[in-house]
Design a protein around this ligand. Structure first.
Ligand code: UD1
Length: 416
């Protein structure tokens, strides 16, 4: 299994281009299931998760063609509206096929995602929403089996803010009979990107980006072309990597518009961040000041940036408190960071990090996607060599990581 070797202690400097957002691309690719006409997406990142989803769509009957960062999907025929366990278990976001399949085919069988490294993550809200729209849903033999001749618009209220839940129900409602209102909807920019794509396909959606989304169902949707938004978590991760190393970088093909809460914290930590048209510049002090964070749904601080901030606090001046309110088991990177010499204490959903002068390179293990990003950041600042095992987690979400880091002056090598 591939490993990543990082020689720490080099200041990041230079320019890197940010890829399209994984978490926008996944739902948007699923939206192609809603139409018989071909749809073309650009700025699609080349990541393992995207490959998994395209394979999943392919085995349903969707014709998939890829050309660089462009993907064209032709779902004129869907002959197998099933998402098997083997595929869903590697990627929870496969649940995003459920809403579009039910809406388009009147039936879907999607494996339950089950637990994952960062917590139980149930899909009860997705199911509850489809039931409210008239679907008959049974959970049997580990599969969600949903059936309905045509969904009916309904007033939906999710118990908590759920990103993929909102996306699934918004897609399903596009072809429903009548109006659907999703209350307590997720406001993430990826939800807005999906809504914009659906609107370009002929959907009638208003309110995306607020917590009340209204969808007036239509008979059918048409093909379109859509450019995927920049990846705000990749953006934030590179900003943190540069900040931790006392670096100075410019990130292109992205914008501060998507990362306000992260930029705000980096400025509190002592960084100078400037916004340009489709680019961000960051200049870090020699040593950061620690910053406390609390994760919450957008526009508050994202849980997907929590691990990276634990890494930067590990070497900052002072102590910081990190509170995780979205997932119940998302501190697994802490023990790995401790192996590198970090001073972190965990109590329930709170971590207290006392910054140390130096981390020391060691062998550590990636446990999930964003946890692995925090280990990369720590490895970049640690003395000596850090080896990160199980980097397939990184490959799920960071396109051409070694190449981009090398362009910024890091010494990073994949060991195969
Ligand atoms: C999405 C993102 C993920 C991010 C997360 C939170 C994608 C593909 N993934 O995941 O990177 O970390 O949002 O910003 O976009 N919940 C339930 N029942 C449900 C649905 C959710 O209890 O039916 C709970 C979850 O266990 C979690 C919380 O709600 O505690 C939020 O989860 P959710 O927003 O659904 O996360 P994902 O959409 O899976």
């Amino acid at each position: 299994m591939d490993k990543l070797l990082i020689e720490g202690g080099r200041r990041l400097a230079g320019e890197a281009a940010i890829s399209g957002a994984k978490n926008a691309a996944l739902p948007i690719l699923c939206a192609a299931l809603l139409t018989r006409e071909p749809v073309t997406f650009t700025n699609v990142p080349q990541l393992n998760d995207i490959g998994t989803l395209l394979k999943l769509l392919g085995q349903m009957g969707v014709k998939v063609s890829r050309d660089g960062d462009a993907v064209t999907l032709d779902a004129s025929v869907i002959d197998n509206p099933v998402a098997p366990y083997e595929m869903v278990k590697t990627m929870r976001a496969s649940i995003l096929v459920l809403g579009p399949l039910v809406a388009r085919c009147g039936e879907a069988r999607v494996s339950l995602p089950g637990g994952c490294a960062i917590g139980a993550r149930p899909v009860d809200q997705h199911i509850k929403g489809l039931q409210a729209m008239g679907a008959e849903v049974q959970v049997e033999h580990g599969y969600v089996h949903a059936m309905v001749p045509r969904l009916t618009g309904a007033r939906l209220f999710t118990d908590m803010v759920t990103v993929t839940g909102t996306e699934n129900l918004m897609m399903a409602a596009c072809l429903a009979n009548g109006e659907t209102v999703i209350e307590n909807a997720a406001r993430e920019p990826e939800v807005v990107d999906l809504a914009n794509c659906l609107i370009a396909m002929g959907a009638r959606i208003s309110g995306a980006g607020t917590d009340v989304i209204r969808i007036r169902g239509v008979e059918s949707l048409s093909g379109t072309t859509h450019r995927i938004m920049p990846d705000r978590i990749e953006t934030g991760t590179y900003l943190c990597a540069a900040a931790a190393t006392g670096g100075e970088i410019r990130l292109t093909r992205t914008s501060t518009a998507y990362v306000d809460s992260v930029v705000d914290k980096l400025m509190d930590a002592g960084c100078d961040v400037t916004s340009e048209r489709d680019a961000i510049r960051l200049k870090a002090p020699a040593r950061l000041t620690s910053v406390s964070i609390r994760t919450s749904p957008y526009p508050a601080f994202p849980t997907d940036m929590q691990a990276q901030f634990m890494a930067i606090n590990a070497v900052a001046n002072g102590a910081a408190m990190i509170r995780e309110t979205i997932f119940e088991n998302r501190f697994m990177h802490a023990v790995e960071l401790q192996r590198l010499g970090a001073d972190i204490r965990i109590d329930g959903n709170t971590a207290v990090v006392h910054g140390v002068e130096r981390l020391q390179g060691a062998t550590v293990m990636a446990t999930d996607l964003r946890a692995s990003a925090s280990l990369v950041i720590a490895g970049l600042v640690a003395d000596g060599e850090t080896v990160i095992e199980r980097i397939y987690h990184l490959d799920r979400g960071y396109e051409r990581l070694e190449e981009k880091l090398a362009a910024l002056g890091a010494r990073v090598r994949r060991l195969t």
